[in-house]
Design a protein around this ligand. Sequence first.
Ligand code: GLU
Ligand code: ZN
Length: 289
Amino acid sequence: MYVGRFAPTTSGPLHLGSLLAAVASYLDARAHDGHWLLRLDDIDEPRTSANAEKIALTTLEVHGLEWDGVIGRQTDHQDRYWDAIAQLRKENLVFYCTCSRRKLRDTATYPGYCRTRREKPSDPASIRVRVPNRNIAFEDRIQGSVESNLAVSEGDFIVMRKEAIAAYPLAVIVDDDITGVTDVVRGADLLENTLAQIFLIDTLGLAMPRYAHIPVLNQRNEIKLSKRDRAFSIDNRVPLLNLVSALHMLGLDPSIEHHDVHTLLQWAIEQWDVRNVPKKVAITDFISI
Ligand code: GLU
Ligand code: ZN
């Protein structure tokens, strides 16, 4: 049984790029007769807001993107994140890190300063996982083969932040495992992070989902689409237009007149083929309406 999901971070309203991810994951799930779950990535509580959450749900609703079952929340899974850390600790794969941002300022790859620190220090410390010095690879349904050596590209990465908030790569794989997600469809800004996730999934012995990373929307000057960027905010009064432009970017050609979002989505489900999605990590030449 196909289980897909859309997992927006609720620190602001959805932007056009997140709508694209929502539509792509929705269509892929429905085209496979699968479930489409909604999870609110609300673990970073200081940054999330109830109002942003409400707006995000309204956006999905007016665009006809109906999810299955109850809404999931990362804040419900705290215990499971700590269980995962305990499992990693048993295998001697985690250590406490007290390095300041300043200390790591000049290095993209964590140099391993705290690798031997097994006891919890009195100062607030993050928890990092040791990564192996070998290539990790996966086959993305859109982007093709992706491969990298985490020891070279990133180094030992943070799984628990010093504020005791699970870091994204750990949280996401635990969340997806709890809800039985078989297929992850999301923005290609997370393509590289997927290697860290795959490493954790393998190490914890969880089931490996399939991945499909759609292009993210960038402005011509390559500034990453940000939730704060008003140019990409979604106008909920014109859902049909928003959907038509999203479908174009996903490689469909919705030229037929559709009178409402439901018939348009139904048409798109029938047409959907992940192979039509542009095989690139960013789209710069899009028209925002
Ligand atoms: N919550 C993450 C974001 O909005 C995406 C998580 C995911 O799809 O894995 O960027
Ligand atoms: Zn350190």
